[in-house]
Design a protein around this ligand. Structure first.
Ligand code: GTP
Ligand code: MG
Length: 333
C-alpha cells in the first residue's frame, strides 16, 4: 500500500465544532469498553469521523476486532461524529468579510498570495532544509505585531517549536528593522518547545485556553511533521500517523476560524531521492496535510541566495511564483 492509498482511508472532512463543547470520544461508542478503546487507540483510531467512514472489514483488520463489533462501532460513530452542517452563503460571506491580510514584508510574496497571508487559513510552507521556512515563520511573527496600517494584525503570536530552531536574537534583529523594540516583540511572541507529537497536539489545547486572554493572530507550527515522522515509522504505522496529523490540522483550523487568525505550518519534503517510495519533491504527510491546508507554498533555493516560492492548489488564486531573499534584516524582494 502506498502512502496515497493509505491516507485515502482517513480522508479528512470539514468539521465545525464549538471550542467549549466537549467532543464525544470513542469510549462513548456502543460496544467500546476499556479494552476495545485501547485497541482502537493503538491502531490510531481516535477520531469518530474517521471511524464513521470506514467499512467493518477495514476496521476489523486495522484494530484487530471482530467484524460484528466493528459494524456496531461504525454505526455508532456515524451517529456521534460531528459531520457538520449547512450554513447559509450569507453567513459564510460574513465570515469571509472578517478575513485580514498579513504582509510578508516582500511585495513578491504578498502579490503571490493576493495581498498577503490570510487569516482563517492554514498556510503550509514546504521545502528542503535551508529553503527558508523557519525564516518566513520568524518574519511573520514579527509582522503580526505591527499595526494594521503597516500590514500587520496588531496581535500576538504562538510559536510551537519542534526542532529547537526558534531564535529570539533573530526576532530582535527583524523587529528593530520594522521599528518595534525587541522587548515589545519578544513579549508578544509566546514560544513552546514541543518534545513529541503528543505534546505538540496538547499545546494546541493550551493555545485555545490562553487565547481567552490573548489576542492571538498567528500560530506557527515549525515543523508540523518532524515528530510524527520520527515516531510513526514504516508503512504499518502510516494510517495511525495520518489520523493524528488529520486531527491536529483540524484543531489548528478551528483555532484559526474562531480567533480569525492565521496558522502557518512548515513541512519538509521526502529527503531520500533513492528511496523506493517518497518523491523527493513531495511534502511529508501526503494529501492529509495538503487537503487540510488552505494555501501551500513550495520553497526552493535558487542562485545567489534567492528563494523561489510557488503557490500550489489555491482555492481562489492563480498558481504562480515569487522570488525573495533572506537577509539579516529579514525577508526582502
Ligand atoms: P530546515 O528547518 O532545516 O528544513 O530549513 P528551513 O527551511 O527552516 O530553513 P531556514 O528558514 O532556517 O533558512 C536558513 C537559511 O536562511 C540560511 O541558510 C541562510 O541562508 C538564511 N538566514 C538565516 N538567518 C540569516 C541571517 O541572519 N542573515 C542572513 N543573511 N541569512 C540568514
Ligand atoms: Mg526550519
Amino acid at each position: 500500500m502506498t502512502e496515497e492509498t493509505a491516507s485515502e482511508n482517513v480522508e479528512e472532512q470539514e468539521v465545525v465544532i464549538d471550542v467549549d463543547e466537549p467532543e464525544p470520544t470513542i469510549e462513548d461508542l456502543p460496544g467500546v469498553g476499556p479494552a476495545t478503546g485501547e485497541k482502537l487507540r493503538e491502531a490510531g483510531y481516535e477520531d469518530l469521523l474517521a471511524i464513521a467512514v470506514m467499512s467493518p472489514a477495514e476496521l476489523s483488520e486495522q484494530a484487530e476486532l471482530g467484524e460484528a463489533v466493528s459494524a456496531k462501532i461504525i454505526a455508532g460513530a456515524k451517529k456521534l461524529a460531528n459531520i457538520g452542517g449547512f450554513v447559509s452563503g450569507a453567513a459564510l460571506l460574513d465570515r469571509r468579510r472578517r478575513v485580514e491580510k498579513l504582509t510578508s514584508g516582500t511585495s513578491s510574496l504578498d502579490d503571490l498570495l493576493g495581498g498577503g497571508f490570510e487569516t482563517q487559513a492554514i498556510v503550509e510552507v514546504f521545502g528542503e532544509f535551508g529553503s527558508g521556512k523557519t525564516q518566513i515563520g520568524h518574519q511573520l511573527a514579527v509582522n503580526t505585531i505591527l499595526p494594521h496600517d503597516q500590514g500587520g494584525l496588531n496581535g500576538e503570536v504562538f510559536y510551537i517549536d519542534t526542532e529547537d530552531t526558534f531564535r529570539p536574537e533573530r526576532i530582535a534583529q527583524m523587529s528593530e528593522t520594522v521599528g518595534i523594540s525587541s522587548e515589545d516583540a519578544l513579549d508578544r511572541i509566546h514560544v513552546a518547545r514541543a518534545y513529541n507529537s503528543a505534546h505538540q497536539m496538547l499545546l494546541v489545547d493550551e493555545i485555545k485556553r490562553m487565547a481567552k486572554n490573548i489576542d492571538v493572530k498567528l500560530i506557527i507550527v515549525d515543523s508540523l511533521t518532524s515528530h510524527f515522522r520520527a515516531e510513526y515509522i514504516g508503512r504499518g504505522m502510516l494510517a495511525a500517523r495520518q489520523q493524528k496529523l488529520n486531527r491536529h490540522m483540524k484543531e489548528l483550523k478551528q483555532v484559526a476560524d474562531v480567533q480569525n487568525a492565521l496558522v502557518l505550518v512548515t513541512n519538509q519534503v521526502h529527503s531520500r531521492p533513492d528511496a523506493m517510495w517518497g518523491d523527493p519533491t513531495k511534502p511529508i504527510g501526503g494529501h492529509i496535510v495538503g487537503h487540510a491546508s488552505t494555501f501551500r507554498l513550495y520553497l526552493r533555493k535558487s542562485k545567489g541566495g534567492r528563494r523561489i516560492a510557488r503557490l500550489i492548489d489555491s482555492p481562489n488564486l492563480p498558481e504562480g511564483e515569487a522570488v525573495f531573499t533572506v537577509t539579516s534584516e529579514g525577508l526582502r524582494d
